[in-house]
Write a protein that binds this ligand. Structure first.
Ligand code: FES
Length: 97
C-alpha cells in the first residue's frame, strides 16, 4: 500500500506538533504528536486494521471512541490495543492481529 498520509491530512487551519515515524506491518508511516494510532493509520491510507477471528471479515475504525474493539491491533508486542484510543508514540511498532 502506498503511504498517502500527506495527501489525506487536512492542512488548512490545523496546527500539529512535530512529526515522527511509527511502523505498521513493516511500513513506516508518519504520525504527529497528539494523534491516535488509528488517526495515523487512516491518514496513511489503511482502513483494515485486522480481520475477525470468527468470520475473517476486515475490521477497522467503527465507533472511534473505544467502545466496539473493532480497531484492536498489537502495539510493541502488546495485543488487543484499541488504536482509536491510544496515542501514537515515536517508534511504535503496530501490527495487525
Ligand atoms: S473503533 Fe471502536 S474501539 Fe476503536
Amino acid at each position: 500500500m502506498t503511504n498517502t498520509s500527506e495527501e489525506l491530512r487536512i492542512r488548512k487551519g490545523v496546527d500539529r506538533g512535530e512529526p515522527f515515524k511509527i511502523e505498521f506491518n513493516g511500513q513506516r508511516i508518519t504520525a504527529y504528536q497528539g494523534e491516535t494510532i488509528a488517526t495515523a493509520l487512516l491518514a496513511a491510507g489503511y482502513k483494515v486494521f485486522r480481520h475477525s477471528i470468527i468470520t475473517g471479515n476486515p475490521r477497522g475504525v467503527f465507533c472511534g471512541m473505544g467502545l466496539c474493539f473493532d480497531c484492536v491491533v498489537t502495539v510493541n508486542g502488546k495485543e488487543n490495543v484499541r488504536a482509536c484510543s491510544t496515542f501514537a508514540k515515536p517508534g511504535d511498532v503496530v501490527e495487525r492481529i
